[in-house]
Design a protein around this ligand. Structure first.
Ligand code: CP
Length: 302
């Protein structure tokens, strides 16, 4: 079954066994118990939206897999001359690329491309649909600290509506058997999550003592049409993870954040720099997770 997985579009569409294969290979890579050699095959990275972590992490992962990263600068590409997205992608495949990594503001773009190309397509974040490699590295980091995620309680806190990270966390955590809760301003927490098996926590301070991990998200201002929260100060007071709120967490609980952090808004600087957060570990782990993902997908497409 797993060898049929050619693309990574979202964690919603991946079998649990494949997710576990990625995490297990990433674990071996991290501890030097495995290596990957993709023989200098070209992997094209196409980012239509800004990125620091995901872009550099995929580039690092491609290098460490002994593949050849080719980063297309959208601003100087022929998209600016009116070339269609599909023509661009077909040309990338015709040039001999063996995988393509895509970030796009519109949800569904990686899926659309994957239906047209024969090479693996990896979604590096599409609109507020999914950010699967971030979801995988979050699972990896939680598993590293908490062990088997089955039965663990994870809270995703913030702008659930506009966050692709929230969606990938939800699907990935549910696949691993975790209990998932979300919290945030009511207009940024869609009721539909209940149908997915997710609890909506309406009293944040009551929920915090029950969780094993909290993944804090920023407000996605760039995806909002109009301001969805009355003021930053109110948001911080009601939903920000302050030192006082962090003190409500169990001692073993970890704090995650996918980055970029808006310090003093969703996360207090003292929490961002404190001992219970694993934010930079997430970033380090992401390279191994993306190496594993690239390697498994490119192996499956041979
Ligand atoms: N976590 C994340 O996607 O960060 P970047 O936008 O910097 O890639």
């Amino acid at each position: 079954m797993d060898h049929q997985i050619k693309h990574c579009i979202g964690l919603r569409f991946l079998p649990t066994s494949f997710i576990e294969s990625v995490l297990n290979l990433a674990q071996q890579l991290k501890h030097g118990h495995a290596t990957v050699n993709l023989n200098q095959q070209a992997v094209v990275h196409v980012f239509f939206e800004p990125s620091t972590r995901t872009r550099l992490s995929f580039e690092m992962a491609t290098h460490r897999c002994q593949a050849f990263p080719m980063v297309l600068d959208i601003k100087t590409s022929s998209i600016t001359k009116g070339e269609s997205l599909l023509d661009m992608m077909r040309n990338i495949e015709a040039l001999g690329a063996k995988a393509v990594i895509v970030r796009h503001a519109n949800g569904g773009v990686p899926h659309f491309i994957s239906q047209q190309l024969t090479i693996p397509v990896i979604n590096a974040g599409d609109g507020y649909h999914e950010h699967p490699s971030q979801g995988l590295l979050d699972l990896f980091t939680m598993r590293d600290h908490l062990g088997d995620l089955s039965g663990k309680h994870v809270l995703v806190l913030g702008d659930i509506m506009h966050s692709r990270v929230a969606k990938s966390n939800i699907w990935g955590l549910l696949a691993m058997g975790a209990k998932v809760s979300v919290a945030g301003p009511p207009n940024l927490v869609p009721d539909t999550v209940r149908a997915w098996g997710v609890d909506i926590c309406t009293r944040l301070n009551d929920c915090l003592p029950t969780v094993d991990a909290v993944n804090v998200l920023r407000i996605q201002f760039e995806r909002q049409h109009g301001i969805a929260v009355p003021s930053i100060r109110e948001y911080r007071d009601q939903f920000g993870l302050s030192l006082a709120r962090q003190a409500l967490l169990p001692d073993h609980a970890i704090v995650l954040h996918p980055g970029p952090i808006n310090r003093g808004v969703e996360l207090d600087s003292y929490v961002a720099d404190g001992a219970s957060n694993v934010i930079l570990e997430q970033v380090s782990n992401g390279v191994f997770v993306r190496m594993a993902l690239l390697s498994l997908l490119m192996e499956n497409s041979k």
